[in-house]
Design a protein around this ligand. Structure first.
Ligand SMILES: [Zn+2]
Length: 330
């Protein structure tokens, strides 16, 4: 299959946002998310392998027999039409199955077929499933609730994908304030930095903060070029009476988004602390176990002579792996 995305797998027009969590038109261009390695929605019917060729019987009878064998083998297969079978599963049934999965799996499924894409991108149809699976992954402390202006698959992408949304390289960094997962190089290309003491005015009395997501000055105030372009295009297309309504809704969504981003960042700090503590504990247990084992094997004198920090730094001791019984025996 070629690397291009079949038209049938494009994000449905009904999906209000793209994978970046931006409205569809905001996602055009180099940072538009793609759906890699998708599967075709239409899987061809299975064709049984032909019976071994009998070159010696190159006759009409032989060909007829071969055709008959092929037809028999196909007849014995169940009628299988993935499109029909998948579509015939009710939303309720799909929800029950998907509720057992990890958000990462749901994200993959949302890229598998156009039908699943439509189901998993629709808040009406699947928000309850996403909500449930997010809550089971890390129920304590994590701001699992997806902001209302962000589709759940886009939210899962920010948490779980390991690739840059710009160039596709390995990337484990999410810029929560801007809602993108990008490597430093791509991010630099996509953002516009500004002085937060005098933020640029987009319209009279409306600053950049009122209209697009901005990174706070602590990390260097910036916004995504694409976001501003989308808002500008939108404003041009709206009737004057709708503009105020749009701007108010936009402002409200940005406030909610900022609060959410801050909560995620706070949570991330807690997680990093938790990981550091766990690593420390693991190393301490490993060190203690090795020390005890060497002592029991009669190396007490050597241990006493050995500098403690040298012992702790030894490659076999300073290893982030739990020590097994087998490891101790070696
Ligand atoms: Zn990149």
């Amino acid at each position: 299959m070629s690397g291009s995305i079949p038209a049938s797998l494009a994000i449905p027009a009904s999906a209000p946002h793209d994978l970046l969590g931006l409205p569809a038109s905001e996602s055009d261009g180099p940072i538009a998310a793609t759906v890699p390695n998708v599967l075709s929605d239409t899987i061809t019917h299975y064709t049984a392998p032909a019976a071994p060729c009998d070159c010696s019987q190159n006759s009409i009878e032989a060909q007829a027999a071969k055709k008959s064998r092929l037809e028999d083998s196909q007849a014995s297969l169940p009628a299988y039409s993935p499109a029909v079978s998948l579509h015939s599963i009710t939303d309720e049934c799909l929800s029950k199955i998907f509720a057992l999965l990890h958000p990462k799996d749901l994200l993959q499924l949302s890229q598998a077929t156009s039908y699943l894409c439509a189901f998993l991108w629709s808040r009406d149809r699947s928000a309850h499933v996403w909500k449930g699976v997010f809550a089971t992954v890390d129920p304590i402390g994590r701001p699992n609730a997806c902001p209302p202006d962000l589709p759940y698959p886009a939210y899962a992408r920010l948490w779980y994908t390991q690739a840059c949304q710009g160039c596709g390289c390995a990337c484990d960094y999410t810029e929560w304030e801007l809602r993108v997962r990008m490597c430093r190089e791509c991010l630099e290309k996509e953002i516009v930095k500004f002085d937060d003491d005098s933020p640029p005015n987009v319209l009279e009395g409306i600053t950049i903060h009122d209209i697009v997501r901005c990174r706070p000055s602590t990390y260097g105030a910036a916004y995504l070029k694409k976001n501003l372009e989308w808002v500008q295009r939108k404003l041009v297309s709206l009737a004057p009476e709708s503009k105020t309504q749009f701007l108010n809704a936009r402002r409200e969504a940005l406030v909610t988004g900022r609060t959410h981003a801050r909560n995620v960042i706070k949570y991330d700090v807690v997680v990093q602390d938790r990981r550091r503590e766990a690593r420390k504990e693991l190393l301490a247990i490993r060190k203690q176990s090795i020390h005890k084992k060497l002592y029991s094997l009669g190396y007490a004198n050597e241990l006493a002579e050995m500098n403690e920090s040298d012992f702790a730094r030894h490659p076999s001791v300073n290893k982030l792996e739990p020590l097994t019984e087998k490891g101790l025996d070696v």
